[in-house]
Ligand binder design. Sequence first.
Ligand SMILES: [Fe+2]
Length: 312
Amino acid sequence: MSFNQEFTDYVKDSFGPKASPKTHRILGSLIQHIHDFTRENHITVDEWMWGVNFINRIGQMSDAQRNEGILVSDVIGLEALVDSITHASDSKGHTSSAIIGPFYRENSPEYPYGGSIIQQEVGGEKTLVSGKVTDTHGNALKGAKIEVWHCAPNGLYEQQDPDQVDYNLRGTFYADEEGKYAFVGLRPTAYPIPYDGPAGDLLTLMDRSPMRPGHIHWRVTHPTYHSLITQIYDRECKHTKDDTVFAVKDDIIVDFKPLGDVPEYKSQGVVNRLDYDIVLILEEEIQKTRQKVRDHQAASEKSIIDRKNSLA
Ligand SMILES: [Fe+2]
């Protein structure tokens, strides 16, 4: 057998009867693209082994504190692309999503309305962030759970930094009766993604900066609404235009303003404010628009199985 498309078809047709239609579609497509890539680039044994070692190192560097797989995905634009495809069919009028990134932690401390996520003084500009959580018709979403997290001015998230206390600069809040929330955090700082591993090696090969713009991460959830994972970006940060993980979207770039005359926060050393409203969409609306994508995938899976059966 020659190692052209005939070989690729042979591999794709080797799946057993228990392989699901989705496995045929996705794994079959992956095999097709990897074979095409290998032929087009005349990949040698040495180059293939470089790739195998690269993937092994991604796993070896990953643990509870670090997710190198996400970092590698991010620097080649894969997570941003997946985020965009996942939400491409969603109806409009709700807050845009963005990538979750590698530093989310569950069970961050719960704080009351207006509480501070700054458990330990680490410098930076204290900022009051407040707004409303509503649906696409402007109705308040009482009880919406809001999780936020951002790095310290040294560019490190608390789990990366032995000098920060556990869960510093991250917290959980719940929207009140009117859908309002408020918290005190820091105006976010631009930071380099960790570049001492495989993701950094790729950045070096591509001659690229590891910098991300200053941003705050959000995860907003409600029992009947579609969960929102997003970030907000500081318009004045110079890296907002050249994010190394390609995650910036125009409608989640925000403007920080001077706090103004708000004595209760001024006395805490707060200097900035950010007014930011969040709009969620019903889960059932999302599922309705995504059904078309699932129908298309099912048709594709059927044609793959029909082809396989006709060869049998
Ligand atoms: Fe981040």
